[in-house]
Design a protein around this ligand. Structure first.
Ligand code: CMP
Length: 137
């Protein structure tokens, strides 16, 4: 059993597809162990994406992630990290396989609907960034 962090990004929240995205996870064996909606500050987004600080897209990434509320979730299940990434599709929606969340709901590499942890180690760090242990059930 693994846990991973999922973020429904501002573009997907604005579109009103939170339910449709959660449904993709639930119907593919991922259980929602924790969930909340929040507005990220510049400091929150900068810290969460600190690994990308030197990348040319960092400023736009922080601007986009603070452009409206997000929904953060802990997803739990067998091979949860890999399964979540498979369901999301490629980072760039133009390269995402048909039927994936990004192919169906994302507009661009910035407004790409969802984020998912890329490894078990990062999943734990990202989960701890957003959730206290008592919020994960
Ligand atoms: P995410 O999985 O949230 O991780 C970092 C985000 O940076 C990524 O999704 C994209 O939305 C965004 N991004 C913008 N430009 C790029 C790029 N050239 N390569 C990777 N990620 C990018």
């Amino acid at each position: 059993m693994e846990q991973t962090l999922s973020i429904i990004k501002p573009d997907a929240v604005k579109k009103g597809v939170i339910g449709q995205i959660v449904s993709r996870f639930e119907s593919n064996g991922l259980r929602v162990a924790a969930m909340k909606k929040l507005q990220l500050s510049d400091a929150d987004a900068g810290e969460f994406y600190a690994v990308h600080k030197e990348r040319p897209f960092f400023g736009e990434l922080v601007e986009f992630m603070t452009s409206g509320p997000v929904v953060v979730m802990v997803l739990e299940g067998e091979d949860a990290v890999a399964k979540n990434r498979e369901l999301m599709g490629a980072t760039n929606p133009k390269e995402a396989e048909a039927g994936t969340i990004r192919a169906d709901f994302a507009e661009s590499i910035d407004a790409n609907a969802v984020h998912g942890s890329d490894s078990l180690e990062n999943a734990q760090i990202e989960i701890n960034f957003f959730f206290a242990q008592r919020e994960i059930v």
